[in-house]
Design a protein around this ligand. Structure first.
Ligand code: ITT
Length: 198
């Protein structure tokens, strides 16, 4: 196999995620989208855990294409809210992916709360030659009192990673990827793919 151009599909409908994964994987990989494989519909995610959803999305694509692929499921876990919104992060305030409404609800639910500790957790599910593998990436941090910054997506304007003084939405894509949940999980995936394709 040509190690310089490893081809793999990312089972996501989220272009922000796609761009982040692209930046981490680099030119050694040719990253395809579901659309590139003729799959235009929303990929279902109806499980109760990040692991379950990541596997569900990867299996959905694998069953339809028979090609190596991976999926990412991510949740924001807030300590004072017992781990919520967690696996329901996309649908916290509404049925859809309404980032502004989700952020408003999160701030409302944390009003007056001193414990602002939170973490992002990403689970990447890879299906390679029919075999399934999971990779996890976690970043610890805290939720601030108001939105700051316009970069990134989702809860980024409200989350400051440990050891930093800016939210993810105030960082460049490169800075976010260096410490983020997704950056960590995708680097583990990349290391595994390199190791198994030599
Ligand atoms: P796919 O399932 O198509 O991959 P999605 O947007 O539904 O895309 P998730 O279910 O993994 O992805 O993500 C749930 C929500 O968590 C997402 O809609 C965002 O609100 C939030 N989220 C995920 N990753 C994030 C990140 O890096 N920064 C901020 N918020 C994020």
């Amino acid at each position: 196999m040509d190690i310089d151009r490893m081809e793999i599909i990312f089972a996501t409908n989220n272009t922000h995620k796609l761009n982040e994964a692209w930046a981490v994987l680099g030119p050694g990989f040719r990253l395809l989208t579901p659309r590139d494989c003729g799959i235009a519909e929303e990929i279902p995610e109806t499980q109760e855990t990040l692991e379950g959803n990541a596997l569900q999305k990867a299996r959905y694509l694998y069953e339809r294409t028979g090609r190596d692929c991976f999926a990412d499921d991510t949740g924001l876990e807030v300590e004072a809210l017992g781990g919520a919104p967690g696996v329901r992060s996309a649908r916290y305030a509404t049925d859809g992916h309404d980032f502004a409404a989700n952020n408003r609800l999160l701030l409302e639910n944390l009003a007056g709360q001193e414990n602002r500790r939170a973490r992002f957790r990403t689970v990447v599910a890879l299906i390679q030659g029919g075999e399934e593998h999971l990779f996890e990436g976690i970043v610890e941090g805290r939720i601030v009192d108001a939105e700051h910054g316009v970069e990134g997506f989702g809860y980024d304007p409200l989350f400051i990673p440990e050891g930093c003084d800016r939210t993810f939405a105030e960082m460049s894509a490169e800075e976010k990827n260096a410490v983020s949940h997704r950056g960590r999980a995708i680097r583990k995936l990349a290391a595994y793919l390199h190791a198994t394709n030599k």
